[in-house]
Ligand binder design. Structure first.
Ligand SMILES: Nc1ncnc2c1ncn2[C@@H]1O[C@H](COP(=O)(O)OP(=O)(O)OP(=O)(O)O)[C@@H](O)[C@H]1O
Length: 333
């Protein structure tokens, strides 16, 4: 739970970077929540405050019932944190890494071995466990990192961009792993991502963050429910498309129509469910449809609606912003 959680950094010159600005959040035990936002939105800083790695400038946060400033030790004992870098040491075997991590969290030698073997079994890490960490692929290392975050059975697991840099297959595997461990352990999982599809597919709740502020907080389907579908219809020629546009304007309850040559784009809420009826009606008018594309709203559309910017563009823009990176290094140094 956070109240007015805020973190400022010194920017270049005398400027102040409002990395996280007045964040109020309530996350219940057992929820699976994704923080979604472009680069620089404040996702990592939020996670770093919740995991006690960065103190807030103002406001409060409690994790597993403990204050992140006054009860750091208790918070750390209750959480697992998988940061953006790889946590595992390179020369050890995967299994030994897990055992060392267990020991670092105060498990006895015997318990650390037992826990490592349990995780290897549960997370399908047999192959990963017997290889040196330096020889693992990116996806295998991320899976090992997640196992490391789970060694001490945390009540809350924080994952910072767990699938960044992975190919689509490994990303899908990792998402499946996160989903499974959430279901099986019932622990709270909070992850950050700038992959729209990931937030959509994985999280029960999506907290959209932009410029340090929460701009939306709901299930992906509810966030998208107010937005319009796009249906693109292809006709024989421009004349047929023009007549079809007229017909649809007459019968089509408030849809926005746009004709370019032999193609008509129609936007309206829930249009995907009416496409069949529409095609029959147009065919009945002697206007057969030659091609159909239906696009349901995405979380990118939600972001666009809320900010006037596309999340993909905002993300790409920010990644090329060398200033931000330099600035980060400067203050961190
Ligand atoms: N140590 C720091 N010093 C100065 N500025 C920082 C520092 N850490 C973060 N910032 C700035 O705070 C803002 C939020 O950064 P943060 O890393 O939290 O964003 P993010 O949403 O996690 O982005 P990404 O997806 O790239 O990880 C950015 O403008 C960033 O440059």
């Amino acid at each position: 739970m956070t109240r007015g959680l805020t973190r400022h950094f010194n920017g270049p010159g005398r400027t102040t970077v409002h990395a996280v600005d007045d964040l109020d959040l309530e996350i219940g035990q057992g929820e699976l929540v994704a923080f979604l936002g472009p680069n620089g939105a404040g996702k990592t800083t939020t996670l770093r405050m919740l995991t006690t790695l960065v103190p807030p400038t103002s406001g409060t946060a409690h994790v597993a019932g403990h204050d992140v400033v006054t009860a750091q030790r208790e918070v750390r004992r209750s959480i697992g944190y998988v940061g953006q870098g790889n946590g595992a040491g390179l020369q050890q075997l995967g299994r030994d890494e897990l055992i060392s991590q267990g020991r670092a969290y105060g498990l006895s030698r015997r318990d650390a071995h037992a826990r490592a073997d349990e995780l290897i079994h549960d997370l399908d890490l047999t192959e990963v466990a017997r290889r040196k960490v330096s020889t693992l692929s990116g996806g295998q290392r991320r899976r090992l990192d997640i196992a490391m975050g789970l060694v001490h059975l945390p009540r809350v697991l924080f994952l910072d961009e767990p699938s960044t840099g992975l190919d689509p297959q490994n990303r899908a595997n990792l998402q499946e792993l996160v989903r499974r461990l959430h279901q099986e352990t019932g622990s709270t999982v909070v992850l950050t991502t700038h992959y729209l599809e990931e937030a959509d597919a994985l999280a029960e709740r999506v907290v959209v963050i932009d410029r340090g502020r929460v701009i939306a907080d709901d299930s992906a389907s509810r966030l998208k429910s107010g937005l319009r579908d796009l249906v693109v219809l292809g006709f024989d020629d421009g004349d047929a498309a023009a007549r079809a546009t007229e017909r649809m304007a007459r019968v089509g309850r408030g849809a926005t129509l746009d004709q370019v040559d032999d193609v008509v784009s129609l936007r309206s809420q829930g249009a995907h469910a009416e496409v069949g009826e529409l095609l029959v009606d147009l065919a009945g008018q002697g206007l057969p449809v030659r091609s159909v594309e239906v696009a349901r709203p995405t979380l990118d559309d939600v972001f666009l609606e809320l900010t006037g910017r596309s999340l993909r563009d905002a993300h790409e823009g920010a990644t090329t912003d060398q200033d931000q990176t330099d600035q980060k290094d400067e203050v961190a140094a």
